[in-house]
Design a binder for this molecule. Structure first.
Ligand code: ZN
Length: 199
């Protein structure tokens, strides 16, 4: 099922996700729906907050992006990224940031805005997958950038928070309008807004 992607101004985007303690059928369904929603929106990553659930859960797939490469390493050995897509990361933690990359970023919850964002180049990720198995890998490039973007979402942080101040100031009017539209639509359909925060 394709879910509604909540837009900038919705308070759930500023909520810190609760850890997923048990992988229930509901969580499995949510991950499946999030992947479907992400593909339908042509995104490479989607966090639970973006579909109205403040949980430590994110899905990613960079397999179809050819012009912005990614690398993935397990136990020090490089692995084909496509073998591990799509990724469902539950309670993910990032450690050991190495180097730096600056590149364009956007967000499905903040349409029509993109800017260069500075991120670590290589990171190490530990997470649980849908089979409740622990996984650990290192990654670089677009996958690393996308995971850092999604992990920010899981803590209520948005990519606009990481823009340099002058760039963000340039988007101030657009962001304000988006925020007002979102808040106005929440007032019009409070039941939907409440429903969006379930799970
Ligand atoms: Zn985003």
């Amino acid at each position: 099922m394709i879910l509604e992607i909540v837009k900038y101004g919705h308070p759930v985007l500023r909520e810190k996700g609760r850890p997923v303690t048990v992988i229930t059928d509901e969580i499995r369904q949510l991950a499946t729906d999030m992947l479907q929603t992400m593909y339908a929106a042509n995104g490479v990553g989607l966090a639970a907050q973006q579909v109205g659930s403040a949980l430590q859960l994110t899905v990613l797939d960079v397999a179809d992006v050819k012009d912005r490469p990614s690398q993935m390493f397990m136990e020090g050995r490089e692995q084909p990224v496509t073998d591990f897509m799509p990724l469902v990361l539950i309670n993910p933690v990032v450690s050991d940031p190495v180097g730096e990359q600056v590149g364009p970023e956007g967000c499905l919850s903040i349409p029509d805005i993109s800017a260069d964002i500075r991120r670590a180049d290589r990171i190490t990720v530990t997470a649980t997958n849908l089979d409740a198995n622990r996984m650990e890998f290192a990654c670089t490039g677009l996958l690393s950038r996308a995971i850092q973007h999604e992990l920010d979402h899981l803590r209520g942080i948005l990519f606009i928070d990481r823009m340099d101040p002058a760039t963000r100031a340039g988007f101030a009017g657009q962001l304000k309008r988006m925020q007002q539209e979102t808040l106005a639509s929440l007032k019009k359909s409070p039941r939907r807004a409440k429903g969006a925060s379930r799970v």
